[in-house]
Design a protein around this ligand. Structure first.
Ligand code: PLP
Length: 330
């Protein structure tokens, strides 16, 4: 894979650690579970979006842009990392936050990621639920341009082929780390939302002709629509990397752990959060990794992954969101 061909800025503390979770593995009595600590990417409490932003901002600077504009839900980890990256690079950030929920406790609207967005100096524009966010993104950029700024728009979750390069790169890093410690990876498991993380992982595995299954646990949409999102994005990412599309691995997804919807708590999510925190001292998040871990725990308990196997769970970050969900977790 030729990452040197792409404009890139350095944002993260990498390589992020690959660690065993012996006490969680013992508590479940199943496979050996390892964790790839992409919650430790470093930028303003870290997370997966920082890897995508290294390539997206590289592209933005190559185009002479000075303002990052992006969209997300109220407690968006992506928007918070975009705000931090903009600050670090001396750029402006404009965040359009869709207020999808009206029923949540006050901390949901002003703590967690929202507090950090403000501290990081981003301009926050709240949008009512149901807003056409792609249209809002385009019209905001248009207005900024009319006022003499040079905006760079970033789609939901930074999930386009350029952003996904960050996760092809992570996959390369992970496979090298596993080789170094003599770990045979039998499964990779992670949360899948806007699909860019999964597309990048699949492109990375395809580039290395790896046959490791990579299971995306949906946190938002049904399996068919997630697959329909991830498949073309994986192909486009492989095209950028000059990897033949025939090498595309199977797109594995499940929607069994979404619960009532995106960002809405489930009992299994709360149990997974508490189990990982109390056995390993690791904080997951309520929107993504908590539901992904609930899925992994469920398939382990159902005996679908044998005790001889090694699973790598990608911790994609987001624990600062816990503070926005306090009343739903206690
Ligand atoms: C955005 C996000 C994800 C999902 O990544 P996608 O590339 O949008 O699928 C997973 N975990 C956390 C913590 C996130 O913020």
């Amino acid at each position: 894979m030729q990452f040197a061909n792409f404009a890139r800025v350095r944002l993260i503390h990498g390589p992020t650690p690959l660690e065993p979770m012996p006490r969680l593995s013992a508590a479940l009595g199943g496979p050996d579970i390892w964790i790839k600590r992409d919650d430790c990417t470093g930028l303003a409490t870290g997370g997966n979006k920082s890897r995508k932003l290294e390539f997206l901002i590289g592209d933005a600077l190559a185009q002479g842009c000075d303002t990052l504009v992006t969209i997300g839900a109220t407690q968006s980890n992506h928007c918070r990392q975009t705000a931090a990256a903009a600050a670090k690079m001396g750029m402006n950030a404009v965040l359009l936050l869709e207020r999808r929920r009206s029923d949540a406790a006050p901390e949901f609207y002003d703590s967690g990621n929202v507090l950090l967005d403000d501290l990081l100096g981003a301009r926050i524009v709240e949008m009512p639920a149901g807003t056409d966010m792609d249209e809002a993104l385009a019209s905001t950029a248009e207005r900024l341009r009319a006022n003499g700024h040079k905006p760079y728009t970033i789609t939901t979750g930074g999930s386009n082929p350029v952003g996904s390069l960050g996760y092809a790169d992570m996959t390369h890093e992970l496979l090298r780390q596993a080789d170094d410690v003599g770990l045979r990876i039998d499964n990779i498991v992670f949360a899948s939302g806007s699909g860019g993380t999964q597309a990048g992982i699949l492109a990375g595995l395809g580039a290395e002709s790896s046959s490791i299954p990579a299971m995306g646990i949906s946190v938002a949409r049904n399996a068919d629509s997630l697959r329909a999102l991830v498949t073309p994005l994986t192909h486009q990412t492989m095209d950028l990397l000059d990897v033949p599309r025939e090498q595309c691995p199977e797109v594995l997804v499940t929607d069994a752990y979404v619960g009532p919807g995106y960002g809405l708590a489930t009992p299994a999510m709360v149990e997974a959060l508490r189990l990982v925190a109390s056995t390993e001292g690791i904080l997951l998040d309520p929107v993504y990794t908590g539901k992904a871990m609930a899925g992994l725990i469920d398939v382990v308990r159902a005996g679908q992954i044998s005790a001889e196997q090694n699973v790598v769970f990608i911790h994609t970050g987001g624990s600062v969101g816990l503070f926005g969900y306090q009343s739903e977790l206690t």
